[in-house]
Design a protein. Structure first.
Lengths: 374, 244
């Protein structure tokens, strides 16, 4: 224990003496959190709508004003022919083209059915899907309303389903605030990045300077060495997380429903895993450059497949299976569950178990791979 | 006769086809100052790394401080000190912090760490700079400090790999005073160098050429044997026979 204490003290002395590293560790993530939380916004408003009205009837105009009146769409132009719509799409003047065929009103009134065409610019898939979804929502509302009117006009009497409407109820994030969703996830990424890079570079740095050789001729045990390298960064990671939570609360007013101890408990296991991975990388690399690239390789996969930027449910099945090996995925889920939903230990027990086993495995590998005698 | 504290028999290290150390055999007695000489690339550092348990030998046997280099490298490490060619103190830590760290790693008690730190700082005349970072010290001071730190746990043997490289003659002389002092305390000194004046300070020297030990004896005896005036000439004769 005493030996680990000496190692930890030495690491801290070195970290706090390195005036170049301190801002990197403490200031940069704060900036990133603030900037990214505001930038990484998937909420889409003011989609450009191009409206082709070949009918020019009361009903077609009503639909147009409904679309225009919703928050989602901004009428960017209208035309009379299908060609106008295609041109608008080509020129990137429209995200969505709605085409009302001629005879729209007549057919709708007479035959009680009609088709309209939606053309979505799907170059940006997420945006396209949202445009489609929003448009359908508005159209179905429109449909609902005119149906009521017909019934009234036909004097059939007010149907019992008169005010039937889909009501959306957004649990755990009532205002559909994207920041509530993003900030916990971004926080996880930042803590992961700092942890993985610092630990991966650390042992390699001692290799480059040559001090590792001096340590290797001391009777220090391998587990002591790895623990002595892991602990300082674990503490640092928790401090980082705390700063992040404070910003989440103070700046973004993110709700914190669940137990903070549960998150910290999970964070300890999680960071042990991330740092162990970094240490493992630095046992088989020779230069900080190599360590950096290998760490980056893993981090890119972890980040892009962590469920923050692409929902895991939207990935192909094989990719979803890969994410089962992605520690970031588990931590993002846990942070969101505990912070936003107030999930308890029982709800996250599988996450905790998997990450725990993973952490034991990776650190075991790091201890095994670290060779005092070559 | 007392058992030698370092014993090597046909100790060999190969890297692929290249034989860095070629079946060297020697013994070092307790308390001796043993000079391990040779030109650059002769295989001195490789030999040392096998003896201190950093590299596994390819073949041959070696016992250091009574322990087998194959099976008990960690026991060896407990009983030796090592000062490498590359600078081994932490440049971003102060004099005091470096001493305390290494003393702590070797498991010294808090009290003896304090005592040793004070004693060392006074002995090396580092009172003024004890809270300065190592990076700001002149090379000669660093080397003396590195040596003192390498023997802070009173090991049985200390291995010094070109400890005086790039150091001025006066500092080198002071450095050798430290070596003698350690030797008087009973620490066996195993030192590599290519300063031939330093070879004269050793009790016995071995001369390594291309991975083999070509000569091994007291400096005086070697000079007589090769019929030359100085160790420098012995070295030139052995290491660079083509010069003549």
């Amino acid at each position: 224990m005493r030996i680990i204490q000496f190692l930890v003290r030495k690491e801290f002395l070195q970290i706090f003496r390195n005036k170049g590293m301190l801002p990197i560790i403490f200031i940069m993530p704060v900036i990133q959190l603030v900037v990214l939380a505001n930038a990484a916004n998937f909420e889409i408003e003011n989609l450009k709508l191009f409206f082709i009205d070949k009918d020019q009837s009361t009903l077609s105009r009503l639909l147009r004003s409904k679309m225009d009146g919703s928050n989602y769409f901004l009428l960017s132009g209208f035309g009379l022919s299908s060609q106008d719509g295609a041109t608008a799409l080509d020129r990137n003047q429209a995200d969505l083209v709605i085409e009302i065929p001629s005879g729209f009103e007549k057919k709708l009134v007479r035959e009680n059915t009609q088709k309209i065409q939606l053309v979505v610019n799907a170059i940006d898939g997420t945006k396209g899907a949202l445009a489609n979804f929003y448009a359908l929502e508005v159209i179905s509302q429109f449909n609902q309303e005119i149906r009521q009117d017909f019934q009234a006009i036909n004097k059939v009497g007010v149907s019992p389903f008169n005010r039937l409407q889909v009501e959306y109820s957004h649990w755990f994030n009532p205002d559909l605030n994207y920041k509530t969703f993003m900030v916990p996830g971004i926080l996880v990424l930042l803590v992961t990045m700092i942890g993985a890079f610092l630990s991966a570079m650390n042992i390699v740095r001692e290799k480059e300077i040559g001090t590792i050789e001096q340590l290797n001729v001391t009777p220090i045990k391998k587990y002591q060495f790895i623990t002595g390298k892991l602990l300082p960064f674990l503490i640092l990671g928790l401090v980082e997380l705390t700063i992040g939570f404070i910003i989440a609360k103070v700046v973004f007013d993110i709700p914190f429903v669940g137990s903070i101890f549960l998150i910290y408990g999970f964070a300890v296991i999680y960071l042990t895993l991330v740092l162990g991975l970094g240490l493992f990388i630095s046992t088989f690399t020779e230069t900080q450059q190599q360590a950096m690239f290998i760490t980056w390789f893993f981090l890119v996969i972890f980040i892009l497949m962590g469920g923050l930027f692409t929902a895991i449910e939207n990935m192909p099945l094989w990719a979803q299976r890969i994410t089962l090996f992605n520690p970031v995925r588990y931590f993002i889920e846990v942070v969101r569950m505990v912070m936003l939903k107030g999930s308890g230990l029982m709800d996250i027990k599988w996450h905790a178990l998997i990450v725990f086993l993973y952490a034991v495995g990776v650190n075991g590998l790091a201890i095994y791979r670290y060779r005092k005698t070559v | 006769m007392e058992r030698p504290i370092i014993y090597a028999k046909n100790l060999t290290k190969r890297f692929g086809n290249f034989t860095a150390v070629d079946a060297i055999s020697f013994e070092v007695g307790k308390g001796e100052i043993f000079g391990f000489l040779g030109a650059n690339g002769a295989g001195k550092t490789t030999a040392i790394k096998m003896l201190i348990g950093l590299w596994k030998p390819t073949e041959g046997q070696a016992m250091v401080a009574g322990y087998d280099v194959y099976k008990q490298p960690e026991e060896i490490k407990r009983n030796i000190g090592y000062m490498s060619q590359r600078f081994s103190l932490y440049e971003d830590l102060t004099v005091q912090e470096n001493i305390r760290f290494y003393a702590g790693i070797y498991g010294l008690s808090n009290q003896s760490i304090r005592e040793k730190t004070d004693e060392l700082i006074v002995k090396l005349g580092l009172e003024q700079v004890q809270n300065e970072r190592i990076a700001s010290l002149p090379l000669g001071w660093k080397q003396k400090l590195a040596f003192s730190v390498a023997i802070i746990h009173d090991p049985k043997i200390v291995f010094l790999d070109e400890p005086t490289g790039g150091v001025d003659p006066i500092t080198r002389r002071q450095f050798w005073d430290l070596i003698y002092e350690a030797s008087h305390k009973g620490i066996t000194v195993f030192v590599t160098t290519h300063y031939m004046d330093e070879a004269e300070y050793c009790d016995r020297v071995s001369m390594m050429v291309d991975g083999r030990i070509e000569a091994l004896d007291k400096p005086g005896a070697l000079k007589v044997h090769y019929g030359v005036e100085s160790m420098h000439d012995v070295f030139v004769k052995l290491a660079r026979p083509e010069v003549e």
